[in-house]
Design a protein around this ligand. Structure first.
Ligand SMILES: [Zn+2]
Ligand SMILES: [Zn+2]
Length: 100
């Protein structure tokens, strides 16, 4: 089936596929990219999380709450093991609840 997808390089375009896009092991390396829920939950990507080429729109960085970045502050991998996800968060400032 043809599906309209958003591509950052060319805008909206139609692509043909028999099933949803498969994650191609790439993700958004922009420092402002929002943390990826699939990455942090250890789950498969949903179609809306992927660009037409299968690249993830989001950053594969930890989204654990932290206490040193103000309201709603998240780890984002700024401390602790490189490339860790939420469950493995070892940021020394990690917090069990969102800072209000
Ligand atoms: Zn992702
Ligand atoms: Zn973390």
């Amino acid at each position: 089936m043809y599906e309209l997808v958003w591509d950052e390089d060319v805008g909206f375009r139609y692509i043909y596929r028999t099933q949803g896009p498969k994650w191609n092991n790439k993700f958004n390396h922009d420092k402002d990219a929002k943390p990826c829920a699939a990455f942090n939950n250890g789950a498969a990507h949903n179609a809306f999380q992927l660009k037409g080429d299968g690249g993830c729109r989001f950053g594969h960085v930890c989204d654990h709450w932290v206490s040193d970045k103000g309201p709603g502050g998240k780890c984002l991998g700024s401390a602790g093991a490189k490339g860790h996800a939420r469950d493995a968060c070892d940021n020394p400032n990690r917090s069990d609840s969102r800072l209000e």
